[in-house]
Design a protein around this ligand. Structure first.
Ligand SMILES: [Zn+2]
Length: 197
């Protein structure tokens, strides 16, 4: 089975993005990004969707994002933890992550947002070469905007920021910029079995 790999290069001087995909031998393509790609919501990644050479993970070895494998709240409708008489749509999953515990990046990507949410939760958003994008909340960032981040790299530390009943990792993912949020375990194909020791 051929193994493909891809690197995202961040051209920090111009804030333009480029995708470089290669097979590990000689075949390579260089994809120039849209110069307003950042303001345009990273449409640059749509180029990758048509590229048969971009990185895939056929073995499903993406890294689980926390030391704990425990999912404390699943995706979908639930009572609001802060007001249990109200229903809310939980657009991600919650993973046990005590204060000051790391959040690991599940696969190679680029940081596209590190701003807090409207409710004060520290947030790190990462986009991946196939167009998948994930957000990691209640986590103080230890990476910078536009940083290239590798699989397993620490994105930040759990800080209990925002409206929470206690420190944890809230993670939400979508398969493309216009796609609906789905259970991150389905989007990434990751399971707690691959969590760090
Ligand atoms: Zn949550």
């Amino acid at each position: 089975m051929p193994l493909f790999k891809s690197i995202i290069e961040v051209v920090s001087s111009t804030l333009a993005f480029a995708l470089l995909s290669y097979t590990g031998v000689a075949s390579a393509r260089f994809l120039q990004s849209d110069p307003i790609g950042l303001q345009g919501g990273l449409n640059t990644y749509s180029y990758a969707l048509n590229n048969s050479l971009y990185w895939v993970d056929p073995l499903g070895l993406d890294t689980w994002p926390a030391n704990s494998g425990t999912v404390t709240s699943v995706f979908g409708p639930r009572p609001n933890p802060l007001n249990p008489t109200q229903q809310q749509n939980h657009r991600g999953i919650d993973i046990r992550n005590p204060s000051n515990q790391p959040v690991y990046n599940p696969r190679d990507g680029v940081v596209t947002n590190i701003s807090p949410t409207s409710t004060g939760a520290n947030r790190i958003k990462v986009v991946y070469p196939d167009g998948v994008m994930c957000e990691f909340l209640h986590t103080a960032p230890s990476v910078g905007l536009h940083n290239k981040v590798s699989e397993g790299q620490v994105l930040g530390m759990s800080d209990g920021s925002g409206n929470v009943t206690g420190p944890h990792l809230h993670m939400e993912c979508r398969r493309c910029p216009a796609c609906p949020k789905e259970d991150p375990r389905d989007v990434l194909g990751i399971k707690p079995l691959s969590c760090k020791p």
